[in-house]
Design a protein around this ligand. Structure first.
Ligand SMILES: *Cc1c(COP(=O)(O)O)cnc(C)c1O
Length: 416
């Protein structure tokens, strides 16, 4: 047996893509960016991007370590600050979003918390839409006030309510569109305008739409957030999050020191899974939307269903706005099953293909009953304001054959 000895001749001179991405890759079209963008090949010339499972980095001399710590040479120092696999994921996602900066984090929630807590201080004011992912609502309504930050929640589709809340100065406006679980659409350019007039930065949680269907920064937002756990991985494997922006001051003065010293860094292995997920993101999202539209159309005509909410259906209360802001209805469909909770539970329990799970954006179709799971924490009044009744079900349409999903829903509904 022969053993091949590889002589490592030192890392190639690599401009560490830790912050400002100004590469020629920007001129590529989206599909090319998603397959090749951000790739930093090592001197081993690997085809697939390498996983740099390392916490630290070595220096050829004490002088170089000194220069690195002074900040005079951009290089990798410690993986809590930056890591080559994370950099590849961040640069690829930044290319897709069209922003100068992307900072990855361990989960979507650590992204939400870092984006808010890093820039807010006692005495500041936050205005947010009420229909939010449960944990985002917890941060805004329960955590921030503990640090002396005033928060106000408004009905995201009520422009007058936003106008009133933003007639007073604010520091951050936070919203999610389409919202969870009822898929309400918020007009991003209009709210961005109000936010800026009030002196606030607009932060958009763009998980449901994905960067393929909606680019909030182009629509006037300042900061966009993803749970990469959802469509970016898209195959139910890892948790991850990302914060994207063009705002130099936010990155330099707030987010970078926050990330370095509080430590919500993404694992290099998870970054690699997400990086490979980006390669197929547009293809998957397109198919998710096609399947979801077929399923929503079927559900809308079904006698056991009282109401179907899908931004790609003309019956959606904000169909025109959805159409303008988001070319594709997303992978999520919400619907109300006749017969209340027993009806909804009988349908969920009768499914053979679709799994009961609170996750979303997966290749596997997943269904959840928000009132008893994701939104269980809310009071009856809060649920009713958000339209979360016992009849409501949220379906994340996967990449199975849409006809199999329709047959599965049809047989399960016959039991409801
Ligand atoms: C899942 C989700 C989050 C949180 O992401 P995690 O990766 O689970 O931490 C935040 N916002 C929305 C809209 C989500 O769907």
């Amino acid at each position: 047996m022969t053993v091949r000895v590889i002589f490592w001749t030192g890392a190639p001179e690599m401009e560490v893509p830790m912050s400002d991405y100004t590469s020629q890759e920007k001129s590529w079209r989206t599909a090319t960016q998603l397959v090749r963008g951000g790739t930093a090949r090592s001197s081993f010339e690997e085809t697939s991007e390498a996983i740099f499972l390392t916490s630290g980095y070595v220096y050829p001399s004490a002088e170089e370590a000194e220069t690195a710590f002074k900040g005079d040479k951009k290089r990798y120092i410690y993986s809590r600050y930056a890591n080559p696999t994370l950099s590849m994921f961040e640069e690829r996602l930044a290319l897709l979003e069209g922003t100068r900066y992307c900072v990855s984090t361990s989960t979507g929630m650590s992204s939400v918390f870092a984006a808010l807590a890093s820039q807010l201080k006692s005495g500041d004011r936050v205005v947010a839409s009420r229909a939010l992912f449960g944990s985002c609502l917890y941060i805004i309504a329960d955590q921030l006030p503990k640090f002396g930050i005033e928060t106000e929640l408004v009905d995201g589709t009520d422009y007058a309510a936003w106008e009133k809340a933003l007639s007073k100065p604010a520091n951050v406006v936070f919203l999610e569109t389409p919202s969870n679980p009822c898929l309400e659409i918020i007009d991003i350019p209009k709210i961005a305008d109000l936010a800026h007039k009030a002196g606030a930065k607009l932060v958009v949680d763009n998980v449901f739409a994905t960067p393929v269907l909606q680019k909030p920064i182009d629509l006037g937002a300042d900061i966009v957030i993803y749970s990469a756990t959802k469509h970016i991985d898209g195959q139910g494997r890892t948790l991850g999050g990302a914060i994207l922006t063009n705002d130099d001051e936010f990155i330099e003065d707030h987010l970078t020191p926050w990330m370095r010293h509080t430590g919500p860094a993404l694992s290099p292995f998870n970054a690699w899974v997400l990086l490979k997920g980006l390669e197929t993101l547009t293809v998957r999202v397109r198919q998710h939307c096609e399947n979801a539209l077929k399923v929503a159309t079927f559900l809308e005509g079904h006698p056991k269903i009282e109401r179907t909410l899908y931004p790609g259906l003309e019956s959606h209360p904000q169909f025109a706005l959805a159409n303008e802001q988001m070319p594709g209805g997303s992978s999520l469909v919400a619907f109300k099953v006749k017969g209340g909770k027993p009806g909804a539970f009988a349908m969920l329990n009768g499914l053979n293909i679709i799994d009961i799970s609170n996750n979303l954006g997966d290749t596997k179709s997943l269904i959840t009953h928000p009132s008893t799971t994701t939104h269980q924490r809310l009071s009856d009044d809060e649920k009713s304001v958000l339209g979360i009744s016992d009849r409501l079900v949220r379906l994340s349409v996967g990449l199975e054959d849409a006809d199999d999903l329709i047959e599965d829903l049809d047989q399960a509904l016959s039991k409801a």
